[in-house]
Design a protein around this ligand. Structure first.
Ligand code: UDP
Ligand code: MG
Length: 316
């Protein structure tokens, strides 16, 4: 079967979600059949240690539309999504969590938004969440910071339920833990029509959440890198070079001033006794360092082939 012959690819990253999978699969199949979609369901087992992979193989045996890949170890949700995206053949690609917190009932509307309204990406918005407060409050902060820094007006960046045009998933480069920022990456890859849809959210039925409090620290650091990288990845010199130049010029200016002052006898204090002297030295050194950082980063950019290599144990 060639690319885009299917209406929908559902991509589901999962880590130790064996109990949820049969129910999720049955529900998805019901929705697909009711709407007469041609579809595939791609389960990406992100190194589960329970019997998730066996469950997926059993589902494959009863339904050929099921596909799957299992990682040799846990690489993280972004890696799992990246492999799903690589394998997806549907016109519309829908991602969802495996824990039944996202509802397959949303799929027909998401599909319509992409196909009829021509959106590149629709992000789910869990307006009413069934999560503990310890998670919902930091999430609000995280979302407003992301809106502010990226200029993308979404309420819920990290919602697992999203729908994409085929070409979007083939063109965003997911790496690290950047699944939280796919809309940002998509926008920077040139996909501008990004929207959102309020989606139902349900409490987790089985198993436990896979992300602890460290998600907020990591999420914040990733936000800094994603804003930096989307803007300057191809031209780090524009960032470092500018700062370096400013710092160097400041240092140079101060040194010049100190020299002239001394020469014309405007200041009787020794040069080394003036605080400005130390400031100028620091500024000159920092400026040079920033410049060097910029050059080095440019060289890294030139020589890096950024393909992710994940070890896949088995594919079906
Ligand atoms: N997940 C994954 N790899 C990981 C962590 C999580 O594939 O390293 C999957 C997980 O199984 C689930 C989805 O990502 O399908 C979202 O995870 P979770 O429900 O734990 O996150 P939360 O809903 O608490 O944000
Ligand atoms: Mg969840």
């Amino acid at each position: 079967m060639s690319v885009k012959e299917l209406d929908i690819s559902v991509v589901i990253p999962l880590l130790n979600e064996a109990e949820s999978l049969p129910e999720l699969h049955a529900w998805l199949v019901r929705i697909m059949q009711q709407n007469a979609y041609t579809y595939e369901i791609i389960f990406v087992d992100d190194g589960s240690t329970d019997n998730s992979w066996e469950v997926i193989k059993a589902l494959k045996a009863e339904n050929p539309a099921v596909r799957g890949a299992s990682f040799l170890r846990n690489y993280g949700k972004s890696a799992a999504l990246a492999i799903g995206f690589e394998r997806a053949r549907g016109r519309v690609v829908i991602t969802m969590d495996a824990d039944l917190q996202d509802s397959p009932d949303e799929i027909p509307e998401l599909y319509q938004l992409i196909v009829v309204e021509n959106y590149d990406l629709i992000s789910g918005w869990k307006k009413k969440r069934y999560d503990p407060l310890s998670k919902t409050i930091p999430t609000r902060l995280f979302n407003s910071a992301t809106r502010l820094l990226t200029g993308i007006k979404l309420h819920d960046f990290n919602c697992g339920l999203k729908a994409y045009k085929h070409k979007v998933v083939k063109n965003v480069e997911l790496y690290g833990e950047m699944h939280r920022y796919i809309p940002v990456l998509a926008k920077w890859s040139g996909f501008k029509k990004i929207g959102e849809k309020v989606v139902q959210h349900r409490a987790r039925q089985y198993g436990v959440t896979k992300f602890g409090l460290e998600r907020f620290v990591n999420g914040f650091l990733d936000l800094l890198s994603v804003t930096f990288i989307t803007r300057f990845r191809k031209k780090p010199m524009h960032f470092f070079g500018l700062l370096g130049t400013l710092s160097f010029l400041a240092g140079f200016g101060i040194t010049l001033w100190l020299g002239l002052e001394k020469h014309f006898g405007l200041n009787t204090r020794e040069v080394v006794e003036q605080p400005l002297f130390y400031l100028s030295i620091a500024a000159l050194i920092i400026g040079t360092q920033l410049f060097l950082a910029g050059f080095l980063a440019e060289m890294v950019v030139i020589h890096t082939n950024r393909r992710n290599e994940y070890k896949i144990e088995e594919q079906i």
